[in-house]
Write a new protein. Structure first.
Length: 208
């Protein structure tokens, strides 16, 4: 993707056009193998938020397992795609068409899990600290953040989206609000992203 200014790539209209034209090279067309494997560890139904859900493959998969899933995206086209797939597959899922950063405070301390993939790298770098604070507020006191962070091999200076991720600095920023439960380069990353993404599981700190 060509280098864009922050205002352009932060616009719902920009992403609407991507979905309308099927210009979604980041979309692997199915649920993510890493998340499928991780979901096997869930012993109870969870209240899960998927911000920047896109076409919703991961959200729909988790909803099909009877978790209470909320798929959030500010692109109307993305949300409509999720609704259509849910209807076709008879899957119950909650959709929210809204800017993640403007999600109402009634959702604070609401979710057991927040699932992240290809959203963190799509927002401007100067909003990442706001993103971390937001997910902290949205999670319950015992909530966890499950994420695949990428691209970790792309310099921040190259712009985006996707914007590069300095994994050492990023983990340091998350550690202000979260405890690290797991961090690794998963052996089941999809081949095009192997060694360029990091799987993390974090738990919300009880006191700051």
């Amino acid at each position: 993707m060509d280098k864009l200014n922050n205002q352009e790539c932060s616009s719902p209209a920009f992403w609407d056009s991507k979905y309308q034209n099927n210009d979604t090279g980041w979309d692997i067309g199915e649920a993510t193998p890493i998340f499928i494997n991780w979901s096997k560890s869930l012993e109870f139904n969870q209240k899960i938020l998927v911000p920047g859900a896109g076409n919703g493959h991961d959200a729909l998969y988790l909803a099909s397992l009877n978790h209470e899933v909320y798929a959030l995206d500010f692109s109307k086209n993305a949300i409509n795609n999720i609704k259509n797939q849910a209807s076709e597959k008879s899957i119950i899922i909650n959709t929210i068409c809204k800017d993640f950063f403007n999600l109402h405070k009634t959702y604070n301390n609401y979710f057991d899990v927040i699932l992240e993939y290809t959203f963190f790298c799509a927002i401007p770098i100067n909003k990442r600290s706001d993103y971390i604070k937001k997910i902290y507020n949205l999670l319950k006191s015992n909530g966890i953040f499950v994420a695949i962070l990428l691209p970790v091999n792309k310099p921040l200076s190259q712009g985006g989206p996707p914007y590069g991720i300095n994994i050492k600095r990023t983990i340091s920023d998350f550690k202000k609000y979260f405890n690290i439960l797991e961090i690794n380069k998963s052996p089941i990353s999809i081949p095009p992203r192997k060694d360029n993404e990091v799987f993390i599981v974090l738990s919300k700190k009880q006191c700051l």
